[in-house]
Design a protein around this ligand. Structure first.
Ligand code: FES
Length: 126
């Protein structure tokens, strides 16, 4: 994964999320390069920031059917609101729900005070 450009957004508060769009440069099998608009989200959980691609590994839906809503009611897990898969906020690990082949994909970020740098253009996602 290679970040080609960054963007800045305010870091989310505890159990809150900040969403963002990024361009994914995707190389096809015919060696053409496509640009796909995707989304990501940043959360703060137990005081630390985590950033993930907003794509559920079950069926590829965004996790938040209500924009920006990722946590369950207890604030313990991230929930895909399409079919209910649950993930650990700190690792993205798949925990329960419809079978997922893997957990959430982490995205690179940098925290500078209360400002968060996240990808604006990204290449090399599998
Ligand atoms: S798409 Fe997320 S649980 Fe089905």
């Amino acid at each position: 994964m290679h970040v080609l450009a960054w963007q800045t957004l305010p870091a989310p508060r505890e159990h809150q999320a900040a969403t963002f769009d990024f361009v994914h440069l995707y190389a096809t099998t015919t060696k053409r390069q496509l640009e796909l608009l995707e989304s990501g989200f940043a959360i703060r959980f137990e005081g630390r920031i985590y950033v993930y691609r907003n794509q559920c590994p079950h069926a590829g839906s965004p996790l938040d059917w209500q924009p920006g809503q990722f946590f369950d009611e207890e604030g313990l897990h991230l929930v895909c609101h399409t079919h209910g898969a649950r993930f650990h906020p700190a690792t993205g690990e798949y925990l329960s729900g419809p079978s997922c082949p893997h957990g959430l994909m982490r995205l690179p970020f940098a925290l500078d005070g209360e400002l968060l740098r996240v990808p604006a253009r990204l290449a090399g996602i599998q």
